[in-house]
Design a binder for this molecule. Structure first.
Ligand SMILES: [Zn+2]
Length: 383
């Protein structure tokens, strides 16, 4: 069943809608969810997010569209003098963590018989949706901001998707895409928006399951988990996954979530700083962290609530901090896009200011590979 987060209206899971009639965002209520086995019971499962089948939406085997997403490595690093962990989630099949959610979203759309989709994206999600649509045999059109990194556009095109480049902000791109769906009178094309789709978020929960499985083997669970946030799917997915694990008795408590935005576009941070309950839109300016340049996050208020409920915090980092963290990560062999470098920047500041202590276990999730952002990092003077 899917349920509107705003008015509570319920719909069957196979209803072809992307938001409620009240314009509220939808949530998936998994009525078939079973408890996950202990780590030793998972050893022989597939090496992908589908190893956590009990907690994912129920799908027939033939509808699952997978490229082996997830099961990404965690590596240690010395960061500002302290040992930390980085989860290299940019090693998913299309070079970003988005593949987790997209695999679940496209599988669900396949099960519903959807043959044609459109999506708007700042680049990485578009590439991911294009890849999984290609694998599912769906027609796909991706709306992108006209200043999207050329390598991301080339990747989307390579998978066979059509590209519509829109001048304007990320919000303008989303609105242009929604308008195109409304104007398509056939009703054949589905708006497969990773930011609106509730099944996408279900896939993002696997981040938490993986961290738990990896750490349970060494009997270490992180005190802090650091994530970048634009629309906040990484933060919300991790929070909900950890919450599931606590409810199942697999974890004693949720790690403190550190949610990081770019100073130049930080609506969630502004609400956090002012002690507000709701996130209001901001007018963002440019940032090298293009993947999180979101001025009006759909589930922003819930992301803010997740930070507070986990006893964590929301931060915003400067362009200088982002550049310097990207360089520092690369010098340690880890090449990520500026959007991911915000995690390193936040960790650095929290270590330097004594919030993270030497014996704390801190894990940063690195979401996007550096290879696609070459023009961007060059024009920003990072590399
Ligand atoms: Zn509603």
């Amino acid at each position: 069943m899917i349920c509107c987060a705003r008015c509570g209206l319920e719909y069957p899971s196979d209803t072809k809608i992307w938001r409620c009639t009240c314009k509220g965002e939808l949530e998936y209520q998994n009525q078939h969810k079973d408890n996950i086995p202990p780590p030793e019971g998972l050893a022989l499962r597939p090496h992908s997010i589908w190893r956590y089948r009990e907690v994912l939406p129920r799908l027939e085997d033939e509808d699952i569209v997978t490229l082996g997403e997830g099961c990404t490595p965690c590596v240690t690093a010395k960061w500002h003098g302290f040992p930390v962990w980085f989860k290299l989630d940019f090693l998913c099949p299309t070079g970003s963590y988005k593949d987790r959610g997209v695999s679940v979203m496209i599988s669900h759309l396949k099960q519903m018989g959807v043959r044609s989709i459109v999506e708007d994206s700042s680049g990485n999600a578009g590439a991911s949706v294009a890849a999984y649509a290609a694998r599912a045999g769906m027609e796909c059109t991706i709306f992108v901001p006209s200043d999207t990194s050329p390598a991301k556009l080339a990747q989307i095109r390579a998978y066979g998707a059509k590209i519509k480049a829109i001048d304007g902000t990320r919000q303008d791109v989303a609105e242009a895409c929604q308008k195109a769906v409304e104007e398509d009178g056939s009703g054949e094309t589905f708006y497969a928006s990773h930011n609106w789709n509730p099944f996408f978020l279900e896939g993002m929960k696997t981040l938490a399951y993986e961290i738990w499985e990896e750490c349970a083997r060494s009997e270490m669970i992180p005190d802090w988990v650091v994530v970048p946030a634009g629309y906040g799917s990484c933060a919300l997915g991790a929070y909900r996954g950890f919450l599931d694990l606590v409810n199942q008795g697999r974890l004693s408590q949720i790690p403190k979530l550190i949610i990081v935005q770019a100073e130049n576009c930080a609506p969630i941070y502004h609400a956090y700083l002012r002690g507000e309950a709701r996130v209001a839109p901001v007018r963002g300016t440019g940032t090298a962290a293009e993947g999180i340049a979101c001025s009006n996050p759909i589930r922003g208020t819930e992301v803010l609530r997740a930070a507070r409920k986990s006893d964590g915090l929301v931060m915003a980092v400067s362009e200088e901090e982002i550049n310097s963290a990207a360089v520092k990560l690369a010098k340690d062999g880890i090449f990520v896009e500026p959007t991911s470098a915000v995690v390193g920047a936040a960790l650095g500041r929290l270590i330097d200011s004594g919030v993270i202590l030497e014996n704390d276990i801190a894990l940063g999730i690195l979401t996007g590979i550096g290879l696609k952002a070459g023009t961007l990092t060059h024009s920003s003077g990072i590399f």
